[in-house]
Each structure stands twice: as C-alpha cells, then as structure tokens.
Design a protein around this ligand. Sequence first.
Ligand code: ZN
Ligand code: ZN
Length: 350
Amino acid sequence: MRSTTGWQADGATRTLRRTTLERRDLRPDDIAVRVEYCGVCHTDLHALQAHTDDANGMLVPGHEFTGVVTEVGDAVSGFTAGDAVAVGNIVDSCGTCPMCRAGQENFCREFPTLTYGGTDRQDGSTTLGGYSREYVVDHQFAYRLPAGLDPAATAPLLCAGVTVWEPLRALGVGPGSTVAVAGLGGLGHLAVKMAAALGATTTVISRTPDKADEARELGATGFVVSTDPRQLEAVRDRFDVVIDTISAPHDLAPYLRVVAMDGTLSHLGHLGPVTVDTIDLLIGRKKLSSAGSGGRSSTAAMLRFCAEHHITADVEVLPSSQVNTALERLERNDVRYRFVLDMSDLDLDY
Ligand SMILES: [Zn+2]
Ligand SMILES: [Zn+2]
C-alpha cells in the first residue's frame, strides 16, 4: 500500500480532520494522481450527513478533482508521469452491460464504482475520495486536462459540469434552442454557460431578483423571478428545455408550465420522489426527465467543448485546511458558485 494524507470524517461528527490514509499499489491499468484541486459538491454534504447517522468506517469525500500523474501501471500507454488529468465521480463500471456498452458507464446496471464511498470491484475495499493528496485510479476513468483550462476552476466540471452537459446534449440543445435554467448555484451557473455556448437563447429562473446581473454575465439573455406569477405567466410554454438545478424539494408545476410543447423539464438538482399532476404534462405533451454524472465519452467531449469555449466554473479556492468552513458555507448557499480546495497544504507538516 501507499500512504498519503487527506481529510476524513470518522462518523462521530461531521467535522473532517486531517489523517493519513492508504492507497492501493498500482494495478497494471492504474495511474497515481497527485491531487491539486478538488471541488466541494452538495453530494459531499449529503454523504457526511449519512455517515454521521450510521457512524461506520472512514469517509473521505471529494469526487471532482484535477491533478498530475506521478506514476503509471505496466499496462497504461495513454498517460505518462507529468500529465495533467481530471477525475470525476465514477472510477469503474462493469464494462459489459448495455449501459456501459452504450458509453453510459454512469448508468451501469451493476452500479458504477463511486469515487468515494463506493466498493472497489477487485478487492472489495471502500473507495476514499479526492479530499486527499493522492488518488489511484484506473486510467480509463481519468481524463486528460485540456491545455488552457485553469486546473482549479476545471475541477467542478467533472461532477457539476458533466451533470448538466449530458442532458443539454441528449436533449439536442444547440443554435435556435430556448433553454431556461432554474437555480443559479454550482450546477446552474455551468448550465447557463454551456447552454449559451451551445448557441441556445438562455434564461435564468431564480427566486431572487438580485441575481439578474450575474445571470447576464454568465451568458443568459433573459431573467425570470420565480416568485412573481406574472413573470412566470409571461414565459408560459416558452422553453424547449428547462434545466432544473434547485437542490431542495420543490413543486414542479411552475417549471413544467414554462416548458414549450414537446419540450422537456430535466430535473437534476434533487433526488427523490416528486409529485406531478399529469395535466401539466398532458397540456403540450411535455416530458419530465432526469440525469446525473456522465459517461466516459461525454465527459471527454465536455472537457473538449469547455476548452474550446473557455468555460470553467466560477470558483472560490480555499486551502484544504479550510474544508470544514467550505462545507458550512456551502450548506448556507454562501458561495459563488463552487468551492475548490487547494490540496498543496497537505504537503506541509503540522
Ligand atoms: Zn458531485
Ligand atoms: Zn455496466
């Protein structure tokens, strides 16, 4: 085993503390990555909450990170030491089920191996995430970091970015499309940038009028205040695609009503049961959909697109020692729009 440092929760409390942790020795297909930057995702908060409840084992969150290859396994030909890479929220899949064969490893029927809190397919160990200085990963689930993309601001593309990218592409968003993005957080701000760069006319739907200027800066040309029924009525049946990134449970009806005929509401921000009055689908033959994460090929395509269009996340970079502050502030939505941890302080003794 190889030893590294990281930020761990032990189940007794949600506070992460610095710890030494072990990584596996490289298998033939593995690369070792020195983690430079890791984004702080809502999933990390949920995982910490769940972990506190069950108090089992060790949790090291973090599943959107960038770094540098330090070592490669015997069978790896595509990467060499020194390459800049990025890793997202899945690190393995069965490779043979219909979803995997279709390039959607994120939907693997045998369940994709999650970057943390997952079960390694070969040795059964629990995966430990990117809030650490080193990660060992099968090279097929690492992505070359395109030149010109800032490594800190690129980290969130690997979870938040690809989660909005896949539905935008799958729903055929391009020049001439009308897209609305509901919620302007980590997912939402990237959805606005990507939809606008794809050529769509993009509108932000937000509870708070004070986000109008930010929405325009991100590339939106329209802004609708969701608490104002007149503004919602004015855009009724308007949008081919509505990307709903609101992380709290909420009523879908107002968002379905602004979907255009035969259009789709893609519900991404919140997982769990929802209630839908089918009359809101019937009128206009509207569709309700969801998505999450991305397959390997679309993750690579997303990174190429972002490099071409100079898209990265708007981030606040903190030393990794401030991870607990970042999580507390994320819980209060006090971030524009994503925290990224700089892992270099893990090299320092203390
Ligand atoms: Zn995530
Ligand atoms: Zn599979």
